[in-house]
Design a binder for this molecule. Structure first.
Ligand code: ADP
Ligand code: MG
Length: 588
C-alpha cells in the first residue's frame, strides 16, 4: 500500500469527530463561545434532539466580517497565540476547532454583528466549503445555526442514541452552563416548547446559584442544600451540597466545575463523598461544586472535549474539598438536628467552629498533626473540642429505658432524647477504630478457629492483593484453595460472625478492586464503616449501665449525630418544643 495524504475534507471530518461526538457536544462549544464573547444572554433552541437544528443566539461582542470568515478555519482562535498562554487561560475556548468542526459535519450558518455595526454579516457552508455570505439586519451579538448534524457522516448518525437520550444530553449541557454562570440569562427551547428560561442574577454567588439550583433541580432538592465558601491561598471553593438527610438514589444532580468549566473528576467526587463519611454506591448527595485555582495548577487539555481534569496536587485538592465539606456538614448538623425546622432552641448555641480533629473523620488528630495539609492549616486556629459537649447533651441526663430493644430513651435538659443504639454503637466503634488505625496501635484478636468464606476465584484473587494492607488494618487473611478465603484475625474492637465475615469478604472484593489508585484515607474509612456495621447487633437488650456508658461515649464522639453511613444516631426534643406541642404558653 502506498502512503497518501488525506484529502482536506476527509481529514476535517476525522478531526471533527474528536470535538463533536453528538449534538450536545456542538451545543457545549457554541455556548462556550457565547460566554467567551461576553454574552449576558444566551438563547438556545434545538429541533429533533439537535439532529435537525441547534441554534445558539447571544448578545455578546460579535465579530467583524473578516473574523467571521476566519473563525471557521482550522486552529483559528482569538483566545491564545502561544502555548504558554494556556497557563493563564481565562476563556473556555482555545483550540480554534469548534466552528471548523461544525462546518465539516453539518450545514452551518453564522450571523454576527458588533455594537455600532451598520449591518450584520453572515456566512453559510458545509464540508464542501463556504457556500454563501452576505449582510443582514443589525442586532448586536452572534447566532450560530447547526443544521442536519452528521448528514455527511452516516456512521456517526447511526451511533447517536435515541432522541430522548440525546435531548437529555442537550439539556444537561445548558444546565451546566447555567449553573456555572448565574450572571448570564439562559433559555432553552426544544421543538418549539420552552424547557426553561432563567433570569440573570448578578448577586452574591450563594443566592444566585441557589436560585439557579431551585429552577433547575427543583425546590425540594434546593431546600436540602447547604452552602460553603472557603479560600486557601489561590485555591477557592464554593459549593452547594445536600445535607446528610437529603440524599438521593442517583448521582444525576451532581455538578462539578473547575474554573467555571463543567468537569467530571474522580478526585472531586470522592472528596465530596469522603466529606459525608458515606460509602459510594448507597446514597448520593446533590451538589454544585465550584473550584477555582490558577490555570497552571490544572490540566484541562487532557481531553479534546475538555471533560476530565487533572490536578497538579491531587492529594491536596482531595483533602481541601473533603475537609471543607465535612466541617460544614458537622456544623450544619449541630444546628439542625430537630424533628422540624426551628424546633430546637440552641442552648449550647452553635459552636464557634469545629475542632480540627473532626475534619475528615477518616483523618483523625494524630495523623493531622504530622501531615500539615492545606485543610489542617485552615482549621488549626479554631478551638479545641468544647468541654460542654454536643448540644443534645444537657445535664442532668437520665436514662429512662429502652424501646423495641433498639432505641434508648433519656431525659436531657428536661427534654426527650432518643438514641438509636445500633447507630450510636457503630459511630463509637468507627471512631475508636480509626483512632487506633491512625496511631498504629491496632489491637488484633486472633480467631481460634479461622472463619472460612467461599468466593469466586477472581474475587479471592482480588482480595489477596490486599493482604498486606489489610494486615496493617488488623485483618489477617489467608487462602485455603482457589475459592476459599480464611479470616485468621480481626481488630479486637470487632466481633465477626461467620455471616459477617462472608459479607465483609464479598464487600471487599468489590470495593478494594483498584489497589493503587484509591486514597488511603478513603480506604480506611471504607473498611471501618463496613467492619462497624458487621460488628454491632441491632436488637439487643442493654442494661442501664450500658446505656449510660454508650451515651457518654457518644457524647465524646467527633460526630455524635450520625452513624458512619450517614444515618442519624439520635434526636432531641427540647423543652420549648415539648411546650409548643402541648400548646403551653410557657416553657417548663
Ligand atoms: P475557540 O473558541 O477555541 O477560539 P472556535 O472555533 O470555537 O474556537 O471559535 C473560533 C473563533 O470564533 C473564536 O476564537 C472567536 O473569536 C470567534 N467566535 C466564535 N463564536 C463566537 C461568538 N458567539 N461571538 C463572538 N465570537 C465568536
Ligand atoms: Mg470555542
Amino acid at each position: 500500500m502506498s502512503v497518501k495524504v488525506l484529502p482536506e475534507e476527509v481529514a476535517a471530518k476525522i478531526a471533527a469527530g474528536e470535538v463533536i461526538e453528538r449534538p450536545s457536544s456542538v451545543l457545549k462549544e457554541l455556548i462556550e463561545n457565547s460566554l467567551d464573547a461576553g454574552a449576558a444572554r444566551v438563547s438556545v433552541s434545538a429541533e429533533k434532539a439537535g439532529k435537525a437544528l441547534i441554534r445558539v443566539n447571544d448578545d455578546g461582542a460579535g465579530m467583524t466580517p473578516e473574523d467571521l470568515r476566519l473563525s471557521v478555519m482550522r486552529h483559528s482562535t482569538s483566545k491564545i497565540v502561544s502555548f504558554e498562554d494556556l497557563d493563564a487561560l481565562d476563556t473556555y475556548g482555545f483550540r480554534g476547532e469548534a466552528l471548523f468542526s461544525a462546518l465539516a459535519v453539518s450545514r452551518l450558518k453564522i450571523t454576527t454583528c458588533r455594537a455600532g455595526d451598520e449591518a450584520a454579516s453572515f456566512i453559510e457552508g458545509d464540508s464542501g466549503g463556504l457556500r454563501a455570505e452576505g449582510r443582514a439586519a443589525p442586532a448586536r451579538g452572534t447566532t450560530v445555526e447547526v443544521r442536519d448534524l452528521f448528514f455527511n457522516v452516516p456512521a456517526r448518525l447511526k451511533f447517536l442514541r435515541s432522541d430522548t437520550s440525546e435531548r437529555a444530553h442537550l439539556i444537561r449541557v445548558v444546565e451546566e452552563a447555567a449553573l456555572a454562570n448565574p450572571g448570564v440569562s439562559f433559555s432553552l427551547e426544544v421543538d418549539g416548547a420552552e424547557i426553561f428560561s432563567l433570569k440573570a442574577d448578578a448577586g452574591p454567588w450563594e443566592s444566585a446559584c441557589l436560585a439557579r439550583a431551585r429552577e433547575l433541580l427543583g425546590g425540594r432538592v434546593a431546600a436540602g442544600l447547604t452552602a460553603l465558601e472557603l479560600r486557601a491561598g489561590e485555591l477557592s471553593l464554593r459549593a452547594l451540597f445536600s445535607l446528610p438527610d437529603s440524599l438521593y438514589a442517583t448521582r444525576q444532580n451532581q455538578f462539578f466545575f473547575v474554573n467555571r468549566r463543567p468537569v467530571s473528576s474522580k478526585t472531586l467526587q470522592q472528596a465530596l463523598y469522603r466529606g459525608y463519611d458515606i460509602m459510594r454506591g448507597s446514597k448520593h448527595p446533590a451538589c454544585a461544586v465550584y473550584l477555582d485555582l490558577p490555570p497552571a495548577e490544572v490540566d484541562v487539555n487532557i481531553h479534546p472535549r475538555k471533560a476530565d481534569v487533572k490536578f497538579r496536587e491531587e492529594g491536596a485538592i482531595f483533602k481541601f474539598v473533603s475537609g471543607a465539606v465535612n466541617a460544614r456538614l458537622l456544623k450544619a448538623q449541630r444546628a439542625s438536628v430537630a424533628l422540624e425546622p426551628g424546633a430546637i432552641p440552641a442552648p449550647a448555641a452553635q459552636p464557634a467552629g469545629e475542632q480540627r480533629a473532626v475534619f475528615g473523620t477518616g483523618i483523625p488528630p494524630a495523623k493531622a498533626a504530622d501531615e500539615a495539609s492545606l485543610t489542617d492549616d485552615l482549621f488549626a486556629a479554631e478551638p479545641a473540642p468544647g468541654a460542654s459537649g454536643p448540644s443534645w447533651y444537657q445535664p442532668p441526663v437520665n436514662y429512662l429505658g429502652q424501646l423495641a430493644k433498639s432505641y434508648l430513651v433519656f431525659e436531657s435538659g428536661g427534654g426527650l432524647l432518643v438514641v438509636d443504639q445500633h447507630a450510636a454503637q457503630e459511630r463509637i466503634l468507627f471512631e475508636r477504630y480509626m483512632d487506633e488505625l491512625t496511631a498504629g496501635t491496632i489491637r488484633v484478636q486472633p480467631l481460634v478457629i479461622p472463619l472460612s468464606v467461599e468466593l469466586s476465584a477472581s474475587q479471592a484473587e482480588n482480595i489477596m492483593r490486599w493482604q498486606d494492607w489489610l494486615k496493617g488494618a488488623g485483618f489477617e487473611i489467608g487462602r485455603s484453595g482457589p475459592t476459599h478465603m480464611l479470616l485468621h484475625a480481626t481488630p479486637a474492637l470487632f466481633y465477626f460472625s461467620q455471616e459477617a465475615a462472608q459479607e465483609l469478604f464479598g464487600y471487599l472484593s468489590e470495593v478494594l478492586g483498584e489497589p493503587s489508585r484509591s486514597d488511603e484515607a478513603l480506604k480506611r474509612g471504607t473498611i471501618a464503616t463496613m467492619a462497624c456495621k458487621k460488628s454491632v447487633k441491632a436488637r439487643d437488650f442493654l442494661k442501664a449501665q450500658e446505656a449510660v456508658r454508650l451515651i457518654e461515649d457518644l457524647k465524646a464522639a467527633k460526630d455524635s449525630f450520625h452513624c458512619p453511613h450517614g444515618r442519624p444516631t439520635l434526636f432531641h426534643i427540647g423543652r420549648p418544643e415539648l411546650a409548643r406541642r402541648f400548646q403551653r404558653t410557657t416553657v417548663i
